[in-house]
Design a protein around this ligand. Structure first.
Ligand SMILES: [Zn+2]
Length: 443
């Protein structure tokens, strides 16, 4: 006795499905999607009997994984990719980035840069990211047009930029953007004070108040360089994290970006308070900032996610690369080849990122009921054959060039390596126009 099959939107078949939660690899299964959500992940024969899909995608050589989560970036800085390499953080910010931002950043710059970054990320299997940049309202238009999911940071600094004159203005503009986009289906908002060294105590206290009143996560760069920590200790006798703890910023909705130079007391405090850390290995390496103590953070129970940071300090928005670096650096840094195995690195790039952004239960794993944020990774090429362990391949052998198809909320945003949501030729033409303007700058 068979009930008639249930009509559904989409069925995707692939030789391997890696849900991340639960751990492991499913073979011979189908992923069933309806109304933007994952309805079921079941053996193919069971799917045959139970579901009548309106659309089917049969992938013969692919692994299906959750959409990757880039837990920290400054997406519009994609337009500054490669403009200043080979300098440390302080000189990079003060001599190269901030002066150019002062002259060029506008809503148009942010829209075009954010669309460029979103296109790059989607093509590389990233379906969700945490952004921190000026003009979040213009950025929100780009996320919406690209069809990507984002946690939109409301930036706060204690010094003026063309975007805002002072902390009050930053907060007012950020909250206005949040009001304007509060019904957008794939967007959520967070407070994004730049760093302890660019935001004073009085502003931090206001940020903490807004975070509590509006239930917003707080994400900030912290303990990125040894010089930052030394300056804070000289000023107040505290570590940067201890200062934020004193000001009430830390807790389960606090996202510590970088956390490179944290000591044992900082690690214990991050763990005890349920804070999240975003590890950005490529950016930390390129700016010579150091290597975050990821094995110690994980051992203490801290949720550690992965971020690319901006394309101006990376210079790619590539979470496959961050996964591989996170694993390799943890091994060499700890002298333990077992540190951060592939499955851990994959969790950091998916579910841990979703947790840090307050989006677990929505994205970051392939679980019925969650959004159908799904990436197909093709293992058929010579660089990814043979396949003994698909999870190992995802971290150590494959790269973003293996991504062929991407769905966000069940919508196929990348189809056979082509973006369906963005006119790539028009976007590249606008990017070249920005390149000409930036290159002509006398800086
Ligand atoms: Zn950053």
């Amino acid at each position: 006795m068979n009930a008639s099959p249930r009509s559904v939107d989409l069925r995707i078949d692939a030789p391997w499905i890696v849900p991340v939660e639960p751990a492991g690899v499913l073979t011979g299964h189908a992923l069933v999607v309806d109304e933007g959500r994952i309805l079921a992940i079941v053996p193919a024969a069971e799917a045959d009997a139970a579901y009548a899909p309106r659309s089917t995608v049969a992938l013969a050589t692919h692994a299906l994984i959750p959409g990757l989560v880039n837990a920290h970036t400054h997406s519009a800085m994609a337009l500054l990719r490669g403009i200043a390499d080979d300098v440390p953080l302080k000189a990079w910010l003060e001599q190269h980035i901030w002066p150019r931002e002062a002259r060029f950043v506008s809503p148009e710059f942010v829209y075009d840069g954010t669309l460029l970054a979103s296109a790059e990320m989607l093509r590389g299997g990233i379906t969700c990211f945490n952004d921190m940049y000026f003009y979040p309202d213009a950025a929100a238009r780009a996320y919406d047009d690209a069809g990507i999911r984002a946690l939109v940071g409301m930036p706060v600094l204690d010094f003026p930029t063309p975007y805002a004159a002072d902390a009050d203005a930053y907060l007012a503009l950020g909250l206005a953007a949040r009001d304007a986009w509060k019904h957008a289906p794939r967007l959520a908002f967070a407070l994004a004070p730049h760093a302890p060294y660019t935001v004073g105590d009085a502003t931090w206290e206001r940020i903490v108040m807004y975070g509590r009143q509006l239930d917003l996560p707080i994400g900030t760069h912290v303990a990125e360089t040894a010089a930052e920590v030394a300056a804070q200790r000289a000023a107040s006798g505290e570590s940067p994290l201890a200062r934020l703890d004193r000001l009430g910023a830390t807790g389960p909705t606090f996202v510590a970006i970088h956390a490179v130079h944290v000591d044992a007391a900082d690690v214990a405090a991050l763990a005890a308070q349920g804070c999240h850390v975003v590890h950005c290995p490529a950016s930390n390496l390129k700016l010579a900032s150091g290597i975050a103590p990821v094995p110690a953070l994980l051992a203490a129970g801290v949720n550690v996610a992965l971020g690319t940071d901006g394309a101006a300090s990376n210079n790619r928005l590539d979470v496959f690369e961050e996964m591989r670096l996170a694993s390799l650096l943890a091994k060499v840094g700890s002298g333990d080849a077992a540190a951060v195995p592939a499955a851990t690195a994959l969790s950091m790039a998916t579910i841990n990122g979703a947790r840090a952004l307050g989006m677990d239960g929505l994205t970051g794993s392939l679980v019925p009921g969650e959004a159908a944020d799904v990436v197909a990774v093709d293992f058929s090429g010579v660089a990814t054959q043979p396949v003994f362990d698909p999870v190992s391949h995802l971290v150590f052998a494959a790269g973003r060039d293996c991504v062929t198809d991407v769905w966000v909320d069940g919508v196929r945003i990348v189809e056979r390596r082509q973006l369906t949501s963005v006119d790539e030729a028009a976007l590249l033409a606008r990017t070249r126009a920005w390149q000409r303007k930036l290159a002509a700058d006398p800086h």
